[in-house]
Design a protein around this ligand. Sequence first.
Ligand code: ADE
Length: 442
Amino acid sequence: MAQSSLCQPMFLLAFTHTPKRLASDIASDQGQVLVIVTAAVGGFTLLVILTLFLLITGRCQWYFKAKMTAEDKRQTDYHNGHVPFPGIKTYVDPDTYEDPTQAIHEFTKEIDPSRIRIERVIGAGEFGEVCGGRLRTSGKKEIAVAIKTLKGGYVERQRRDFLREASIMGQFDHPNIIRLEGVVTKSRPVMIVVEYMENGSLDSFLRQHDGHFTVIQLVGMLRGIASGMKYLSDMGYVHRDLAARNILVNSNLVCKVSDFGLSRVLEDDPEAAYTTTGGKIPIRWTAPEAIAYRKFSSASDAWSYGIVMWEVMSYGERPYWEMSNQDVILSIEEGYRLPAPMGCPVALHQLMLHCWQKERNHRPKFVDIVSFLDKLIRNPSSLLPLVEDLQSLPESPAEDMDYPMFISVGDWLDSIKMSQYKSNFMAAGFNTMDSVARMSIE
Ligand code: ADE
């Protein structure tokens, strides 16, 4: 029996054992098969998960990067911590292209120079002259344009930096963002052609027209700038150099954000100074966290927007006057903030102070700023209380107000999570913010 069993094939052995042995052997073999199958399936699953992880975290970018179009980049890139939503257009940093000329092709239109007529020099840029002229459009219409030229003798890096601004501007389409008409790159001089803004830059325009505008006109300008900035922040673009000198004004007083180009704009900006960490930053316009550790974001743009508001309401005054940059940094750190310019409505100074909160997450978003300014425009009497009026009141409540000047008592109560008291306030006759501000002194 023992002998015969030795000669039998292995699979028969199982059937020649006693019934007890047979059952345990079957169980043991099945267990082994189960272990092998489980290990194989587990290993395969792990491999699939690892591959997916590498693809999702972009560790295979070296493989895909060269093949990417702008649309692919929009889907995969996370710009400045901004997570793009499907279907919402987001900004693509031209520097992510291995070949920058590909970004220029993708985002700009090449203009035949025969369609451009240069008429006069209107300024000087870092790369060459800025001229005024005319552009014949495809519909045979002639439009006024500004033409930035790249002066001869440039090196490849300068040409790339010069055209980078066009690759950025070409991605935007908004009434409060300067419009790119196109570029000339196939002949010399290399040019960037943009819409013409008759009143030039906002800071000098305001200085030339000191005291000439109504508060509503000034708020209209601010509303336009905020709307342009909302568009940029929705696109995931951080400007970093928002200042009245970088806003252009057209003949209808429409303000448009200009000067794009990331680091380059700071090279070009006479206000940008070197920090101790070697960055070049326009100190008076820049949020403390951006100065201290280069934390630029839409929230640091909101700080700069508050400074632009101050420039507008003071008709182009220099922020912090003749204080040195170092004194500005120290004063801000100690809690000092710019006082309201003369004739400034309380509501606007409160909004500025809101933009200058040290904690960046407490600053208003551009969407909030636009809707706040819209409410002011719709209800002009909300702009009547001026800071100097409140300051002249006995026991001025202005010093105690640590809330922004809301349009309605309802808005204010909502903001401090006390909406349930609206009816009490109304019943007691406190139906304007002015009456609320006076509560303590009556
Ligand atoms: N200076 C710089 N850009 C300009 C523009 N687009 N229009 C008028 N003046 C300008």
